[in-house]
Design a protein around this ligand. Structure first.
Ligand SMILES: [Zn+2]
Length: 136
């Protein structure tokens, strides 16, 4: 595979090209099996990561097109497609479950961060009020 850094993902995509839009934190490519479907991999802490070593791209984790007819499952490592075994329905279910669990964890941690920020703001406000009161 080859990669292309783009701002916008083009409508007409070529086989064997990874279109990477850092602007929109998304990588799109045509399914490596040749079925012609677009595979969209959002880049985020709870979706995919890209590793760019200056020459090639690695996507993590693997790409599992379970909802497609082809059900292809592969990794993209250093611009190469590395095929994985087809997952059984059980494994797909377990993977989805784990994914949902991770996402929940991520969002609840985000919530916690927000709460501690709010506490800081409250502390700041009460200090400010005390300081203002001290003026009189
Ligand atoms: Zn396919």
């Amino acid at each position: 595979m080859k990669h292309k850094f783009v701002e916008f993902i083009p409508k007409q995509k070529e086989d064997g090209i990874l279109y990477i839009s850092l602007e929109y934190s998304t990588v799109v490519h045509k399914c490596a099996c040749g079925c012609g479907l677009d595979v969209i991999t959002p880049i985020s802490p709870h979706d995919w990561k890209i590793i760019y070593n200056g020459e090639t791209i690695t996507l993590h984790p693997s790409i599992g097109n379970w909802s497609y007819k082809c059900r292809s499952h592969y990794w993209i490592k250093n611009n190469n497609v590395v095929w994985a075994n087809d997952f059984s329905d059980e494994q797909i279910k377990a993977t989805r479950e784990a994914d949902r669990h991770l996402k929940n964890k991520y969002f609840s941690e985000k919530q916690k961060v927000k709460t501690s920020k709010e506490i800081k703001e409250e502390n700041f406000l009460s200090k400010l009020i005390r300081r203002i009161k001290g003026l009189f």
